[in-house]
Ligand binder design. Structure first.
Ligand code: ADP
Ligand code: MG
Length: 457
């Protein structure tokens, strides 16, 4: 009879043939057969994420390949645990590319983000699809790049989430940095506030103010978050006057027009309204389809037109969801190494489609995250800094931020009274990592699936 080790090696060999290297390593690294009885094989896997994928996506194949060698086996059971070190070594000894894979997942997290300007290079005018929903905003942004500080100052963009405000703002910033010696800063309003609080604490608020005052272009994203924050409004007011007085450009975005931002000082409101205001709204079908085509080109993906049309017809709310559903379909294509057909795409997008409003609650998210990582919701809230809870906690913060309307301070509150700067850091970290770390990206998709499935029930 084959030893457990030999058996698993043979299975790995077979699986390896049908998967890309990166995928094979993702799903099978640190797995091993730890035990077997008459009809069952027990496989240990490193975490709940891998367990779920092996159970749901690969079990049939794994079982088949085991039965080719040991026909008496009827089922494979997966459990989370550490195989003995020597087993790990044996099992992955043939994976020469392992190191390479590790190297890419440790690539600089914020490779795309410029340290000085905070701008993400991926946002450009070239990659922005113009439709009737964003025509005015786009034209205003483009005009600003050609006549910085002189034409529309400030430029104020507003509209719902995921409709391209940040993209446009950053595209302006990126365009301007092409010109030498232009000082540009992109900053989300919440970060702006956090910086001010920190500067006050460190007694260098004047330094911070003069830093802002030296800019040629200041972009503040999601300005609605300064509602009710007096000190922040104070500093924004003086910075605004300083820059405006010297014809330096200010660009702002918000989820609503200035008049609708509560607890905003009148003097700021009138200044925000003093330049150009443009809105972005929901894209129509043609625009949605054009955006999908643009995204798929940029990702080197390949999907048939009827699939794209299906997605564009059914995902209507905003561009972020459109992208999210496309990514989900592309993840499938990557895992199975083939292009899914329309029927499969319908399945993949089921979760999206059955939950039209995608409403959820913080409790549901915390529970889904905790369940997924096999810890308790209480572990997420506790003060522990153990590795097993730190990452799930950061994921929870990120999801609370993306999937609910909670502000950073509110998220901090929900997670055991943590500081909002901790939350901001966590959200940025997970977002940056997910952009380059395929397994993490998949984890987030799976957790979201749980979040919205539990809503359905
Ligand atoms: P907002 O800031 O309004 O919430 P974002 O700018 O973050 O929205 O847009 C969400 C996602 O959708 C981003 O990845 C962005 O690149 C993409 N996006 C939005 N509008 C467009 C568009 N017109 N063309 C291409 N991509 C878009
Ligand atoms: Mg935004």
């Amino acid at each position: 009879m084959m030893s457990n080790e030999e058996l698993w090696k043979a299975v790995l060999g077979e699986m390896e043939l049908s998967l890309s290297r990166a995928n094979f390593i993702t799903w099978f690294k640190n797995t091993a057969v730890v035990a077997r009885d008459k009809n069952s094989i027990f496989v240990s896997v490193p975490n709940g994420f891998i367990k779920e994928w092996l159970e749901n996506k690969f079990n049939k194949k794994i079982l088949q390949s085991i039965r080719n060698l040991s026909p008496e086996i009827r089922e494979v059971k997966y459990s989370i645990g550490k195989p003995k070190p020597e087993l790990i070594k044996q099992d992955i000894s043939k994976i020469i590319l392992d190191k390479e894979f590790e190297a890419t997942s440790e690539a600089p997290l914020d490779a795309d983000i410029d340290k000085n300007t905070n701008l993400n290079r991926k946002y450009s005018f070239d990659s922005f699809v113009i439709g009737s929903n964003n025509e005015l905003a786009h034209a205003a942004c483009l005009a600003v790049t050609k006549s910085l500080g002189k034409l529309y100052n400030p430029l104020f963009l507003y509209g719902g989430v995921g409709l391209g405000k940040t993209h446009l703002l950053q595209a302006v910033g990126n365009k301007i940095t092409e010109i030498k010696e232009r000082r540009v800063l992109y900053i989300p309003a919440e970060r702006f506030t956090a910086n001010i609080i920190e500067a006050i604490r460190n007694k260098n608020i004047e330094d911070l103010k003069s830093h802002y005052a030296r800019l040629d272009l200041l972009i503040i994203d999601d300005i609605q978050f300064i509602a009710g924050k007096e000190k922040t409004q104070d500093i924004i007011f003086s910075t605004f006057n300083e820059l405006y007085g010297r014809n330096k450009q200010i660009i702002l975005s918000s989820d609503r027009p200035p008049a609708a931002i509560p607890a905003l000082e009148e003097r700021l409101r009138s200044r925000f309204e003093g330049g150009m205001i443009a809105d972005v709204s929901e894209p129509d079908f043609e625009t949605r389809l054009a955006i999908l085509k643009q995204k798929i080109d940029s990702k080197d993906g390949d999907l048939s037109d009827d699939v794209l049309i299906y997605i564009a017809t059914h995902i209507q709310k905003n561009v972020r969801e459109l992208e999210g559903s496309l990514n989900r379909v592309l993840a499938f294509a990557q895992i199975y190494n083939r292009v899914p057909d329309l029927k499969e795409v319908k399945n993949i997008l089921n979760t999206y489609l059955n939950t039209p409003y995608r409403k959820t609650s913080p409790q549901t998210i915390l529970k889904a995250v905790a369940d997924f990582y096999s810890i308790t919701s209480n572990d997420l809230i506790k003060r522990s800094r153990k590795k097993e809870v730190v990452k799930p906690r950061q994921v929870a913060m990120f999801l609370l931020r993306d999937e609910t309307k909670l502000s950073f301070p509110e998220i901090g509150q929900k997670l055991g009274g943590r500081d909002h700067s901790t939350v901001i850091h966590a959200c940025e970290k997970i977002r940056a990592e997910a952009a380059i770390d395929e397994p993490l990206k998949q984890e987030l998709i799976l957790i979201k699936e749980r979040v919205y499935n539990s809503f359905e029930k």
